[in-house]
Design a protein around this ligand. Structure first.
Ligand code: DOR
Ligand code: ZN
Length: 436
């Protein structure tokens, strides 16, 4: 007798979309086929079953900034949106740059996380010599480098330091690519206008392209692959199409969905994020890169700030917006609009992240893999509201937007943790295991 059977669902497997039952035993997928005997059965007729989404880019703010978010609220927000694994960024307070700060984070997450997790270590001049050890610690998914300053004090702008980090590590390094010198030399644009619509003028496409080019050059010199986060411009996509052998590419749902100048008119400072939301010309290039395969992963860059903080006068207002809970509804809506296929969406949110970061037993609906699922009603229309958001910040840039495609349920290693927007069970999240 199985622990759980998902009956009559339409299942997105690595081999394609197929109608099959899924049997679950001891938290793992035990079989795909026709099954009838289990302790619990969930009827998934008219529903799609996808691998639980893997969001390899969130900022859950613990420790130090827990008035914005903490492990409990961040991971609740994740499972409410069908995300079953998250990778958390190191720009916390203190920064996650030592073995001790990483271990502290693992300790803090224990028993409080609703989904599975791993943590990035920040790469800086201070810890370069130790990064080969740190990147391999249990619970560490790799090294993150900020080439341009953003929220927090983590900044590694100099080529020689970036190069020595790249040479030191074996894991693929995640990079925020904005050129710090150009950012500094253009900040006067934002300070002169105090208008958030100038955010993409200050942090312009050239700022992003310059840093992405430098990062690729340094990766080549070191012979070390990189993952370029939140790519925003047509220019970068054109450049990166010649460098797939060394650089993989992330885009975000907000850069695919919101565009300038409308977003700054409609939601003002709530649209302020780094790198910025740009105009339609750039957004079209991101969609083209989704369709032609250039993009590898979608990460939410979930970066919550309180509304009070966001209320400061630009550019003193903090950059970032929440997103872990809205990734699937927003992307499913794009699927319904015909902008990408359901299979490609699953590729970007589960198959590629699993492969790229070598996450053991995750991201595929296949026998032996963890029973992590997002159960989807592709036809359900629903309105995204601030009230629905579980993140401590309590808001979303999509407040009031109606989407078609909704997450009906979330299953983490065989436990139904969310059904029809209700949270069930208890926080059973644990650290994921990563290969080399
Ligand atoms: O807008 C951003 N916010 N970009 C980042 O790189 C960091 C993030 C945050 O942590 O707030
Ligand atoms: Zn980020």
């Amino acid at each position: 007798m199985f622990d759980l059977i998902l009956k009559n669902g339409t299942v997105v497997t690595p081999g394609g979309i197929t109608e099959t039952d899924i049997a679950v035993m001891n938290g793992r997928i035990a079989g795909l086929g026709d099954f009838s005997s289990a302790k619990k059965t969930i009827d998934c007729k008219n529903l799609h079953i996808l691998p639980g989404a893997i969001d390899t880019h969130v900022h859950f703010r613990e420790p130090g900034l827990t008035h914005k978010e903490d492990f409990t609220t961040g991971t609740l927000s994740a499972i409410a949106g069908g995300v079953t694994t998250i990778f958390d960024m190191p720009n916390t307070d203190p920064l996650t740059i030592t073995a001790k700060t990483l271990q502290d984070k693992l300790q803090m997450a224990k028993g409080r996380a609703w989904c599975d997790y791993a943590f990035f270590i920040g790469g800086s001049a201070d810890n370069t010599n130790n990064l080969n050890v740190l990147e391999k610690m249990p619970g560490c998914c790799g090294v993150k480098i900020y080439m341009g300053s953003s929220t927090g004090s983590l900044l590694t702008a100099e080529d020689d330091i970036i190069l020595s980090i790249l040479k030191k590590c074996v894991r693929r390094i995640a990079i925020h690519a904005e050129d710090e010198e150009r950012l500094k030399s253009r900040r006067h644009i934002a300070e002169a206008s105090h208008d958030v619509k100038d955010h993409p003028n200050w942090r312009d496409a050239e700022t992003a392209l310059m840093a992405s080019k430098r990062a690729v050059g340094l990766a080549r010199e070191a012979g070390q692959p990189i993952h370029l986060l939140h790519i925003t411009s047509a220019d970068e996509m054109a450049f990166l199409s010649d460098h797939k052998d060394i650089a993989t590419v992330e885009v975000t749902p907000h850069h695919l969905t919101l565009s300038a100048p409308e977003c700054y008119k409609n939601i003002g400072i709530l649209a302020q994020i780094n790198p910025p939301i740009r105009d339609k010309h750039h957004q079209e290039a991101l969609w083209k890169a989704i369709r032609n395969g250039l993009v590898d992963t979608i990460g939410s860059d979930h970066a919550p700030h309180t509304l009070d903080e966001k209320d400061k006068i630009y550019p003193d207002s903090p950059s970032g917006m929440p997103g872990v809970q809205t990734t699937l509804p927003i992307m499913l809506n794009h699927v319904n609009k015909g902008r990408l296929s359901l299979e490609r969406m699953v590729d970007l949110l589960a198959h590629r992240p699993q492969c790229l970061y070598q996450i053991t037993g995750k991201g595929r609906i296949a026998v032996g893999y963890d029973a992590d699922f997002a159960i989807i009603d592709l036809r359900k229309s629903n309105t995204i509201t601030n009230k629905w958001i579980k993140s401590k910040c309590g808001w979303t840039p999509y407040n009031g937007i109606t989407v078609t495609g909704w997450v009906q349920g979330t299953i983490l290693r065989g436990s139904l943790v969310m059904w029809e927007d209700e949270i069930l069970e208890s926080p059973e999240g644990r650290k994921v295991i990563l290969g080399d």
